[in-house]
Design a protein around this ligand. Structure first.
Ligand code: HSE
Length: 435
């Protein structure tokens, strides 16, 4: 029997996710009420244009353009409008008025997370954001709750579906980046302006959220080292295939010791990397997402599924909503974010990684020795070397795989190679991860 009063839900935004959240709330009202022990009452949906076409057929009387009034009196505000403003102001107003908040807005959390979490903590409100990373994939709650007693050492995430689709398409068809991007746009994966995805900005925002949560520290998005996929070529993909790798845009969050002081720090970075084809992340195809977590006690875990999509992402929003509503029924304050660890975010030069370097060199006696000397001068050890000679041009292509070394030493080696007279060009440099 349901005895608790209805829980009033105000929805901000009715785009592809928001309209599905509203639809599911209305269609599954009785089932949700039975699970929660109280009814979820959708009191209104704030939008810019009441008459705009929606992905779901929703009662017109629910729509309003007055978000500020809608928020007043709501128990839970679901923010799915995206962007920084007015989302930030409205979320702060919702918290100040006593509401809990569910958001799927990764840009907002990446830019203003600490301010919003502090505001929520001050009044004991809940701020939940499962939909902000990995769409439908449960990853925030597992990090926040299931792994709360463990120590997360590393996260390797494919957190951007558009770029995974593009790289997968290049890998499976041999297409160029431009052609694969055109297909992604045609199929509706890529936005008209794909910069946020292919530039790695979207993945960097998600990396900030994951790292802050996993390492109990605040990671500003500006501290995330970011490289997009715009420089990835069909040749790099083909060469990766030959060597048993696949190129993936990875969001990497890793604990490591500061190489200069020995103090504990974290590295948070986004770049395209070579992943062994035997690694579970290599099996993530198309626009899917996956987050590979390495925890001290649990060992490796992988969370996989749809990283975007209206109804898929609505599942994550509804999960947050049900959890918040249940807390209303049982009482007590919300879960606050723990940033007690306060560890330094180390610069990219501090990490240890492996490089795969492709060089065009003159095919002359002594060239290999000069190149080997250069690696040794920078303290970088070569693991593999493959040479292909083009008789016509008199040039050779060298593919060199290094052992693990400091990023700074590897980057300095590449700079020295590029400046060396025997090197015609540095055709490709990719890091190797996940091995
Ligand atoms: N643009 C994102 C992606 C989806 O391609 O994965 C929403 O986060």
């Amino acid at each position: 029997m349901i005895e608790y009063r209805s829980i009033r839900v105000a929805l901000l935004g009715a785009g592809s996710v928001g309209s599905q959240v509203a639809r599911l709330l209305l269609e599954h009202a009785d089932e949700l009420a039975a699970r929660i022990g109280a009814k979820l009452e959708l009191v209104g949906i704030a939008v810019r244009d009441v008459d705009a076409k929606r992905d779901a057929d929703l009662p017109r009387e629910l729509f309003t353009t007055d978000a500020e009034t809608l928020i007043l009196g709501a128990d839970v505000v679901v923010e799915l409008m995206g962007g920084l403003e007015p989302a930030r102001t409205l979320v702060l107003q919702a918290i100040a008025s006593g509401a809990d908040v569910v958001t799927g807005n990764k840009a907002l959390l990446a830019a203003h997370g600490p301010e919003l979490f502090a505001a929520a903590e001050q009044v004991g409100a809940q701020l939940s954001y499962e939909a902000a990373v990995g769409g439908a994939i449960p990853i925030i709650r597992p990090l926040r709750e299931s792994l709360a007693g463990d120590r997360v050492d590393r996260i390797l995430g494919i957190v951007n579906g558009t770029t995974n689709f593009i790289l997968d398409r290049m890998d499976s068809t041999g297409a160029s980046l431009e052609d694969a991007l055109a297909t992604a746009t045609e199929l509706g994966y890529a936005e008209a302006d794909p910069t946020a995805d292919i530039g790695g900005y979207d993945a960097a925002q998600k990396a900030t959220i994951l790292a802050s949560l996993a390492f109990h520290t605040s990671v500003p998005v500006e501290a995330v080292h970011r490289e997009g996929i715009t420089g990835v070529t069909a040749e790099q993909i083909a060469s990766a295939q030959r060597a048993g790798y696949v190129v993936k845009l990875l969001a990497i969050c890793e604990r490591l010791a500061d190489p200069d002081t020995g103090d504990e720090g974290v590295s948070v970075r986004v770049y395209p990397a070579l992943v062994p084809r035997t690694h579970p992340l290599a099996a993530v195809r198309g626009a899917n997402n996956a987050v590979f977590v390495e925890a001290a006690a649990a060992g490796p875990l992988m969370f996989y599924g749809a990283g975007a999509g209206g109804v898929q992402t609505a599942s994550a929003v509804l999960g947050d909503l049900v959890a918040i509503a249940r807390r209303h029924v049982v009482g007590g304050p919300g879960t606050s974010e723990s940033t007690h660890a306060d560890v330094a975010v180390l610069p990219i030069g501090s990490i240890t990684t492996r490089y795969a370097i492709t060089l065009e060199v003159e095919d002359e006696p002594g060239v290999l020795a000069k190149i080997a000397k250069l690696f040794s001068e920078h303290g970088v050890s070569v693991e593999q070397l493959q040479q292909t000679v083009d008789e016509g041009s008199g040039r050779a292509t060298l593919v060199i795989g290094t052992h693990e070394a400091r990023e700074q030493a590897l980057a300095d080696t590449v700079a020295a190679l590029a400046a060396h007279p025997v090197v015609a060009s540095v055709a490709s440099v990719l890091r190797v991860e996940g091995s």
